[in-house]
Design a protein around this ligand. Structure first.
Ligand code: ZN
Length: 134
């Protein structure tokens, strides 16, 4: 078993960062041929998408997030903080992914990219990766 922690800097507000390469590099450098990789995000206002990364779809993601949890709203949490919408959005997404590693490669669909969603940037987000296998 091998682990790696990587810091990713995000932009202000809501942002989308493709981290597929980070995970694929880790898998390649681990030397594991067959097993699984866990990608974990220890944050309460961010999450992962395993989906297509295309410029128009990024705009669709953005308007989708705004429909789900408008930035401006009547939120109780905003009495003590200013990011209730970010917590609510993060609660709808996963803070971890587990993916198969087959023949030394990360197994994923053609249109599946590993995307970090930051709902409350700019921040430095930590990604913890764990690979198990042989
Ligand atoms: Zn908060």
């Amino acid at each position: 078993m091998l682990t790696r922690e990587v810091n990713v800097k995000t932009e202000g507000g809501r942002s989308v960062v493709n981290v597929t390469r980070l995970v694929e590099d880790f898998v390649k450098e681990s030397g594991v041929a067959n097993g699984m990789v866990l990608v974990f995000l220890p944050h309460a206002t961010a999450g992962f998408l395993l989906n297509e990364d295309e410029p128009n779809l990024r705009m669709d993601y953005s308007s989708f997030f705004e429909k789900l949890a408008p930035k401006e709203g009547e939120y109780m949490h905003n009495r003590i903080d200013d990011n209730a919408d970010a917590h609510l959005l993060a609660s709808l997404f996963k803070q971890f992914l587990v993916l198969p590693v087959i023949d030394g490669k990360l197994s994923r669909g053609t249109w599946q990219e590993i995307i970090l969603l930051d709902f409350d940037g700019p921040r430095t987000r930590r990604i913890t990766m764990v690979i198990m296998g042989e």
